[in-house]
Design a protein. Sequence first.
Length: 369
Amino acid sequence: MAEVFFVFLQKFKKMALNCGIIGLSNTGKTTIFNCISNTKAEIGFATKSNIGMCEVKDERLKLIDNISHSRKVIPATVEIVDLPGLSKGGQGVGNKLLAEVQTVDALIHVLRCFDDPNVPHSEGSIDPVRDMELVDLELQVRDLDLVTRKLQRVEKLLKNGDKDNKRAFEVLSIYKEVLENMQNARTADVSEEDKKYIQDIQLLTVKPIMYVCNVDDASALTGNKYTEAVKAALHGEDMVILAGKLESEIAELDEDDRQLFMEDAGLTEPGVNRLVRLAYSTLKLQSFFTTGPDETRAWTIHVGDTAPMAAGVIHSDLQRGFIRAEVMSTEDFLHYGSEQAVKEAGKFGVEGKTYVVKDGDIINIRFNV
């Protein structure tokens, strides 16, 4: 791929995915966070957030580099924010925490699904479904307050007869009713177009959410009675079973020892890899690649993004001066063994501004600024 492309790669600043870990205290949130981000945040009661980075494991990146032999290989990354534990009735960090939750793209709700008499539960017993409802309620109360306030502002504007204000009032009323019935805002029957009326208030329960059942080591493969209860309560919503303590031990090992340890535990991969893939799926994200002598790199975009939008993820200048995208699939590159061979096979595409990028595309952007 053309050298001119790579002078811009070092300027990449944009964070593609940002997930916040929420849950009650003593659920294993920080243990899960340390596994995902490979950091050493202190476990226990916290009043401020921990922030870490997680690499997105993608075997295609290594296979591409086996052909390109780049000086650097850079995976896509996810920012993970471990938020302080919530408590019933908004005690503890309260509104400050809920304001922090507003800034993330998606939520990872950790539920305690293990027994341990040495780690007391804030509610006195282990019941992950109850815990899920408690946290949901805290977020719903916050959202209801935000919706009610905006409704009051919009209501004052109705007298001017503006149709947009009238529609805003109708949509906000739908969300208010949903939240008053103790349902999450994401369940509201509202079109994508009408969701614009709540963008400015950043509702918490409208965010995509994934549930992590934190289990004991013995339940890592099959789950337990607690995970079964969660599964039944979620009615098909996304959940992952992780043994936080086991995952933390895996994260401490080097690559060779890690593989042996997982085989002994009956695992094919660390559970956190499954969680990151679920995050991509939940947020409708995908990866494309750039490759050349300097580096082979994975980039994250939304499903449905066009070539200029993908160019903008790399650098705004590439999107502003976009001319065309030179595209080949990872499968073709691996099959034919070089860019030239892909061209000779007639599998190399030159695409314009309307091209919708596919997962696994290897792209070179031609531009002029």
